[in-house]
Write a protein that binds this ligand. Sequence first.
Ligand code: FAD
Length: 387
Amino acid sequence: MMTNIADAIIIGGGVQGASLAFHLAQRGVRATVLEKTHVAAGATGRSSGLVRMHYDTEVDSRLAWVSFQYFRDWKEMVGGECGFTRTGFLMIVSVEQEDALKANVHMHQQLGIPALVVTGGDVKRLSPPFVTDDFNVAAYEPESGYAMPSDTANALMSAAQRSGARLVQDCVVTGVQTTGGRISGVQTSRGDYSTPVVVNAAGAWADGINRMVGLELPLTTWRHETMYVRRPGEASQQHPAVIDFPHELYFRPEGGLTLVGLEDGNPLGESPDNDTEHARPGFVERAVARLCLRAPVMDGGSLHSAHGGYDGITPDQHPVLGKAGPDGFYLDCGHSGTGFKTAPAVGLCLAELILDGSAKTVDISPYAAQRFAEGRSIKGNYQNLWK
Ligand SMILES: Cc1cc2nc3c(=O)[nH]c(=O)nc-3n(C[C@H](O)[C@H](O)[C@H](O)COP(=O)(O)OP(=O)(O)OC[C@H]3O[C@@H](n4cnc5c(N)ncnc54)[C@H](O)[C@@H]3O)c2cc1C
């Protein structure tokens, strides 16, 4: 088989690979995206699509804020549709986490993010069906909401292709070649490619790609389930998107449906090739019980559907971004269940890193792979991690 030549190879056609292809194409670099199934076949196609800026570290908030501006102005900045819907976003925390929340909202405001601290009474006025007597304050982002993850990835990929990027689907990367300590090509089920740059954007499969170049990082898989519930008539009104720390729950509307996920019960280390068409037994019952604690009116709702998905995850539950291993090898993986909303900015920053030697839009050096060996894990003030 003939060897193809590419300026850069991106392994994985999820939202991250598509975003990087888009930003490289904007800079005149025609990357080739190799995708073993189809665009958005992995975590992206299962993502809940929450778009909010509320994080407990500045670097995460910066990436989410830059990305938000793409979601909001998608047509002009990318083209096509990402399905962004503004619902407002509420972050509800326990009384013990109040000070942390206030400090985080202050940090967000300093970055220019539209965010404010509201009271339980404000939340009740915003969404009367919610129980609000178990917390004093919440963070509110009036501009936030959700987007459609598959549409987002496809729009980014189409825009990249219009500017010269290539997409090869049904193409499994089986090996990464190096010559003299430098990336020189990849082997795939559909022929070999010669290239000086390979980016690992393989989501839950990223550890296997790293091992192709002898790179061992603490990267494993995270399974997460979600369900859609049809809201009963008395709760038919739209509600904001919500993260509810006291109940280890998040939910957001989508027309007459509400999508629900849980912060706990997300197993690590499973094969990402396991069934994701169905949620595991017991998930729906647990999720309904939690949702009804915050919105008892949902007791009259009906189940629409439930499924699972896999993402890559690191010990500090933050992504690994940047150079690692042989020269020309880059990481865009380990997104730890939050890599949808940040994808537009991550792609932009990685394109800057690859082409200019450093990222200028947001300093992404805290996400470097060396942090694990050097004991510099990324920590916020909530210390609330997926379980
Ligand atoms: C159920 C669920 C809900 C989520 N909700 C949210 C949310 O609300 N907000 C948010 O910000 N984040 C959310 N996330 C996380 C977010 O979806 C992911 O972080 C993000 O989609 C990761 O994108 P990706 O491109 O890195 O990975 P993926 O979308 O998994 O893409 C990786 C791609 O690599 C391909 N691939 C793998 N191995 C190979 C190979 N050898 N050769 C070729 N191709 C290969 C796969 O087929 C796959 O398409 C959620 C995740 C899940 C699972």
